[in-house]
Design a protein around this ligand. Sequence first.
Ligand code: SUG
Length: 438
Amino acid sequence: MSAYEVNFDGLIGPSHNYGGLSDGNLASAENAGAVSNPRAAALQGLEKMRLLVRKGLIQAVFPPLDRPNFDLLIRAGFDGTDEEIVRAAAVHAPALLKAAYSASSMWSANAATISPSSDTAEGRLHITPANLSTMLHRSVENPDTTALLISIFHDAEYFSVRTALPMHADFSDEGAANHVRLCAQHGDAGVEIFVYGRDGEDGGKFPARQTLAASQAVARGHGLDETRTIFAKQSRRAIDSGAFHNDVVCVGSLSTLFFHEAAFEDTQRVVAEVKSAAEGLFEPIFVSVSEGAVPLKDAIDSYLFNSQLLSVPGEERLTLLAPQECFENAATRKYCEELPRTNGPIGAVEFVDVRDSMRNGGGPACLRLRVVMTEEEIDACHQGVFLDEEAIDELQTVVTETYRERLSPADLADPAFAAECRAAREAILEVLDLSELS
Ligand code: SUG
């Protein structure tokens, strides 16, 4: 059956700030405490969405979650009016206030893991919201993300929005950032690759955020064919070098897997398992980038692999939509210039500016959740989240009118800012016809 890959981008929220909240995410640590520009950040994200619309791709958006997360603050013992809670938290628990204000739901690759209906036993599209249990500020996303997903994918005839895995270290799950689906055409049965960082205890310098048990639970729940599903271990070297999610060192699309040679613990095994799982469906193409061509450090600094690998209508080969930083890094720039000339599956490289998100460790691929859907499934979704250029213009107007251009961590202590964030979000929800979520 024919199907489309729909990109659901997380709209960057009005409280976007550099909290330094993510251990193991080098950019987040480096920029901790810097002054952010939520307006520029959100406008950049929307321009990226526009670029995809102009390429003839289907683009959708998730609104930001409600921030600050008063639920977190109240469960941590603060009470009173919103103003009183913010004031007290700013004095007694500033780190918690930062977590409550994090706009981290923008990185929608971490919202959920998706299996399209062509892969699942019962023929519905399955969605497992990620519990994001490793980082406090991210662990509070899932109840609201689940509500949002239910609002969008509400038709139970087509969609199964599952419950997130148990909120425990054994089941740490970071969603599609650690999941790659390969196939011949989007609507065909595919091979799903679940990448995990640990099986049980963690022993590295930085936390491994995905467990094997979590990946297995998601695959089981989605009713995937075991012969078409593989579990691959991330290399400890990659995690300890700053690849806190596999999508920092690997991206796949259609039959192509593009990755750094240091991404997996055992690359040969991954290649062999993917080949065998794809037998009879398609011939996988592996583009493995060597340390000699692009040192792991440059790949992680520039986020080369956190690119969107797009099948653009009318183009025979794939387009790599890479962050601007790849153009600025000598090794990755050279690699990107040469890549289309190799006559491999990637025929073009383009660069996009999502600098403000990058400064928190979120590149183009982090900002989108891919959902492969048939036309009927697209029609069964909430329509307000699908974007054309006019809707993007409208969102940009809201952002320009309601978002700040400067936000320092100290500004989070101002109770008036909470009201500002709420008003901005309400205006966004109105554009997306999702006011029920306000
Ligand atoms: O979980 N950064 C996010 C970045 C997520 C990137 N997503 C993917 N790779 N798919 C994270 O570490 C930083 C927030 C702060 O420090 O303010 C943060 O949460």
